[in-house]
Design a protein around this ligand. Structure first.
Ligand SMILES: NC(=O)c1ccc[n+]([C@@H]2O[C@H](COP(=O)([O-])OP(=O)(O)OC[C@H]3O[C@@H](n4cnc5c(N)ncnc54)[C@H](OP(=O)(O)O)[C@@H]3O)[C@@H](O)[C@H]2O)c1
Length: 215
């Protein structure tokens, strides 16, 4: 079972939709059980016959063995402090790209003391297997079931088996390619590409992604 904490937002919904369509049972998490149920119903209408349910974040995390963090960076510390014991022993996929927006300057990366959001998550969850992935994938396109995704997903972790499991999940989304990005310390570079993509999106009015050549 895959859980998406903050899965009522576009990124969590989009990833949940694509992975449910690939046959994975998914549960949408929210700080509010009613919002989670509504989001799950919306996704079921887009992907009838799939296994999608909704629950409050802690309950969703309890039911899953792979838990995606799909809420804004501002909520990371408090959410993980609350769920530390629940998430012990589980694979935790951090899709968070810490960003701020300033009028006239667009998006920029927020500095994280630990190095990156994913490293901070691993510090907060010493008994979980944190994997960083999906930060450079457009939520808009994920949410359109008929749009063929295009691009690479760089996956970083200090836990080889957990990284391999998440790379397999990436492969289940048609046309996305997993790229082994090495250890979690490299997540910083992946997270910081996202504000660049957001700024490119504004200039070209598109949903940009990345591709690594030469592999
Ligand atoms: N949007 C994209 O294209 C995109 C692409 C790549 C990566 N990401 C990353 O994916 C994450 C989610 O993106 P998003 O655009 O879906 O975000 P979002 O819409 O701003 O937030 C997603 C959900 O997180 C919950 N949430 C909001 N503030 C919270 C807090 N302080 N603490 C705990 N939960 C909170 C809310 O759900 P409830 O109120 O229901 O709990 C909200 O619906 C972000 O960290 C972003 O950097 C986004």
């Amino acid at each position: 079972m895959l859980a998406f904490l903050g899965g009522t937002g576009p990124e969590g919904k989009g990833l949940a939709l694509r992975l449910a369509a690939a046959g994975e049972p998914v549960i949408i998490g929210s700080r509010d059980a009613g919002r989670a149920a509504t989001a799950a119903e919306e996704l079921l209408q887009l992907a009838p016959g799939t296994n999608i349910s909704g629950a409050e974040n802690a309950q969703a995390a309890t039911q899953a063995d792979v838990v995606f963090l799909a809420f804004p960076y501002e909520g990371q510390r408090s959410t993980l402090e609350q769920l530390k014991d629940t998430l012990a022993g589980k694979v935790v996929v951090d899709v968070i790209a810490p960003m701020s927006f300033q009028r006239g300057r667009g998006a920029s990366a927020v500095e994280v003391e630990a190095g990156s959001a994913a490293q901070e998550a691993q510090e907060l969850l010493p008994d979980s297997l944190v994997v960083s992935a999906f930060q450079n994938i457009s939520a808009e396109e994920l949410q359109q079931p008929d749009t063929v995704m295009d691009g690479d997903v760089i996956v970083c972790s200090d836990h080889a088996e957990a990284k391999s499991l998440v790379m397999d999940l990436v492969s289940k989304i048609h046309s996305l390619r997993p790229v082994d990005g090495g250890g979690l310390a490299n997540s910083k570079y992946v997270e910081q590409i996202t504000p660049m993509l957001v700024n490119i999106n504004r200039i070209y009015k598109i949903h940009a992604g990345i591709k690594i050549v030469g592999i």
